[in-house]
Design a protein around this ligand. Structure first.
Ligand code: DQA
Length: 152
Protein backbone atom coordinates (compact mmCIF):
# COMPACT_ATOMS: atom_id res chain seq x y z
CA UNK A 1 0.00 0.00 0.00
CA UNK A 2 1.30 3.46 -0.87
CA UNK A 3 0.51 6.55 1.18
CA UNK A 4 0.73 10.11 -0.02
CA UNK A 5 2.79 12.38 2.20
CA UNK A 6 1.03 15.62 3.19
CA UNK A 7 2.22 18.62 1.21
CA UNK A 8 3.25 21.84 2.98
CA UNK A 9 3.82 25.09 1.13
CA UNK A 10 6.43 27.15 3.00
CA UNK A 11 5.63 30.64 1.76
CA UNK A 12 7.80 33.70 2.33
CA UNK A 13 7.02 37.33 1.70
CA UNK A 14 8.99 40.43 0.70
CA UNK A 15 12.69 40.89 1.34
CA UNK A 16 13.13 37.33 2.59
CA UNK A 17 14.90 36.53 -0.68
CA UNK A 18 17.64 38.77 0.73
CA UNK A 19 18.30 36.47 3.69
CA UNK A 20 22.01 36.15 4.33
CA UNK A 21 22.77 39.73 3.26
CA UNK A 22 19.77 41.50 4.83
CA UNK A 23 20.44 42.78 8.37
CA UNK A 24 22.27 39.57 9.38
CA UNK A 25 22.38 40.74 13.00
CA UNK A 26 18.58 40.23 13.01
CA UNK A 27 17.95 37.58 10.37
CA UNK A 28 21.17 35.58 10.42
CA UNK A 29 23.67 34.61 7.75
CA UNK A 30 21.83 31.75 6.06
CA UNK A 31 20.08 32.30 2.72
CA UNK A 32 16.69 31.37 1.27
CA UNK A 33 18.50 28.64 -0.69
CA UNK A 34 19.76 27.27 2.65
CA UNK A 35 16.18 27.31 3.96
CA UNK A 36 15.02 25.32 0.94
CA UNK A 37 17.59 22.62 1.71
CA UNK A 38 16.81 22.58 5.44
CA UNK A 39 13.02 22.57 4.99
CA UNK A 40 13.19 19.68 2.51
CA UNK A 41 15.31 17.71 5.02
CA UNK A 42 13.07 18.51 8.01
CA UNK A 43 9.96 17.72 5.97
CA UNK A 44 11.38 14.37 4.95
CA UNK A 45 12.19 13.49 8.55
CA UNK A 46 8.63 14.43 9.57
CA UNK A 47 6.88 12.57 6.75
CA UNK A 48 5.93 15.78 4.92
CA UNK A 49 6.76 17.19 1.52
CA UNK A 50 7.85 20.79 2.20
CA UNK A 51 8.10 23.18 -0.74
CA UNK A 52 9.70 26.59 -0.10
CA UNK A 53 8.73 29.64 -2.16
CA UNK A 54 9.50 33.36 -1.80
CA UNK A 55 8.10 36.45 -3.48
CA UNK A 56 8.15 40.21 -3.06
CA UNK A 57 4.78 40.39 -4.81
CA UNK A 58 1.56 40.50 -2.75
CA UNK A 59 -0.62 39.15 -5.56
CA UNK A 60 1.71 36.19 -6.06
CA UNK A 61 1.61 35.10 -2.42
CA UNK A 62 -2.20 35.56 -2.39
CA UNK A 63 -2.32 33.28 -5.44
CA UNK A 64 -0.17 30.67 -3.67
CA UNK A 65 -2.60 30.69 -0.73
CA UNK A 66 -5.48 30.08 -3.16
CA UNK A 67 -3.42 27.23 -4.63
CA UNK A 68 -2.98 25.75 -1.15
CA UNK A 69 -6.77 25.64 -0.73
CA UNK A 70 -7.33 24.17 -4.18
CA UNK A 71 -4.64 21.48 -3.78
CA UNK A 72 -5.21 20.68 -0.09
CA UNK A 73 -1.77 21.85 1.00
CA UNK A 74 -0.99 22.95 4.51
CA UNK A 75 0.94 26.22 4.85
CA UNK A 76 3.87 27.56 6.83
CA UNK A 77 3.74 31.29 6.20
CA UNK A 78 6.28 34.00 6.88
CA UNK A 79 4.36 37.01 5.56
CA UNK A 80 7.32 39.34 6.34
CA UNK A 81 6.19 42.99 6.24
CA UNK A 82 2.78 41.94 4.85
CA UNK A 83 2.17 40.56 8.35
CA UNK A 84 1.51 44.00 9.67
CA UNK A 85 -0.89 45.52 7.13
CA UNK A 86 -2.01 43.23 4.32
CA UNK A 87 -5.71 42.46 4.66
CA UNK A 88 -5.55 40.82 1.23
CA UNK A 89 -3.03 38.31 2.57
CA UNK A 90 -5.05 37.85 5.74
CA UNK A 91 -8.23 37.14 3.76
CA UNK A 92 -6.39 34.64 1.54
CA UNK A 93 -4.83 32.95 4.59
CA UNK A 94 -8.27 32.75 6.23
CA UNK A 95 -9.46 30.60 3.32
CA UNK A 96 -6.72 28.06 4.13
CA UNK A 97 -7.78 27.51 7.73
CA UNK A 98 -11.48 27.77 6.80
CA UNK A 99 -10.87 24.83 4.44
CA UNK A 100 -9.65 22.76 7.40
CA UNK A 101 -5.99 23.05 6.45
CA UNK A 102 -3.25 24.08 8.87
CA UNK A 103 -1.54 27.44 8.57
CA UNK A 104 1.37 28.25 10.87
CA UNK A 105 2.60 31.85 10.89
CA UNK A 106 6.36 32.02 11.41
CA UNK A 107 8.90 34.74 11.95
CA UNK A 108 12.67 34.53 12.17
CA UNK A 109 12.82 37.40 14.64
CA UNK A 110 10.41 38.12 17.48
CA UNK A 111 8.31 41.01 16.15
CA UNK A 112 6.86 41.62 19.64
CA UNK A 113 10.30 42.66 20.88
CA UNK A 114 10.94 45.05 17.96
CA UNK A 115 9.46 48.31 16.64
CA UNK A 116 5.85 49.07 17.56
CA UNK A 117 4.59 48.72 13.98
CA UNK A 118 5.69 45.06 14.07
CA UNK A 119 3.59 44.26 17.14
CA UNK A 120 0.38 43.88 15.13
CA UNK A 121 -0.09 40.80 12.97
CA UNK A 122 -3.25 40.93 10.85
CA UNK A 123 -2.64 37.23 10.05
CA UNK A 124 -2.35 35.85 13.60
CA UNK A 125 -6.09 35.86 14.23
CA UNK A 126 -6.80 33.35 11.48
CA UNK A 127 -3.62 31.24 11.82
CA UNK A 128 -3.64 27.82 13.45
CA UNK A 129 -0.71 29.10 15.50
CA UNK A 130 2.35 31.32 15.44
CA UNK A 131 6.05 30.61 16.05
CA UNK A 132 8.47 33.53 16.23
CA UNK A 133 11.94 34.40 17.37
CA UNK A 134 13.92 31.23 16.71
CA UNK A 135 15.58 32.00 13.38
CA UNK A 136 15.46 29.09 10.94
CA UNK A 137 14.35 26.92 13.83
CA UNK A 138 10.97 28.73 13.67
CA UNK A 139 10.35 26.89 10.38
CA UNK A 140 11.48 23.52 11.77
CA UNK A 141 9.19 23.96 14.77
CA UNK A 142 6.31 24.94 12.48
CA UNK A 143 6.77 21.85 10.29
CA UNK A 144 6.97 19.73 13.43
CA UNK A 145 3.72 21.27 14.69
CA UNK A 146 2.01 20.47 11.38
CA UNK A 147 3.24 16.86 11.47
CA UNK A 148 2.15 16.43 15.09
CA UNK A 149 -1.28 17.95 14.48
CA UNK A 150 -1.84 15.69 11.47
CA UNK A 151 -1.09 12.63 13.59
CA UNK A 152 -3.65 13.51 16.27
C1 DQA B 1 9.81 38.96 9.76
C2 DQA B 1 9.43 40.09 10.72
C3 DQA B 1 8.73 41.21 9.97
O1 DQA B 1 8.41 42.27 10.87
C4 DQA B 1 9.64 41.77 8.89
O2 DQA B 1 8.95 42.74 8.14
C5 DQA B 1 10.22 40.73 8.02
C6 DQA B 1 10.66 39.46 8.61
C7 DQA B 1 10.63 37.86 10.47
O3 DQA B 1 10.73 36.78 9.92
O4 DQA B 1 11.19 38.09 11.55
O5 DQA B 1 10.44 40.94 6.83
O6 DQA B 1 8.63 38.37 9.26
Amino acid sequence: MTTTQPHVLVLNGPNLGRLGVREPEIYGHASMADLEVSAAKWGGELGLVAEVRQTDDESEIVGWLHEAVDTGSHVVLNPAAFTHYSYALRDAAAQVTSAGLLLVEVHLSNPASRETFRHLSVVAGIATGTIAGFGFDSYRLALSAVATRLQT
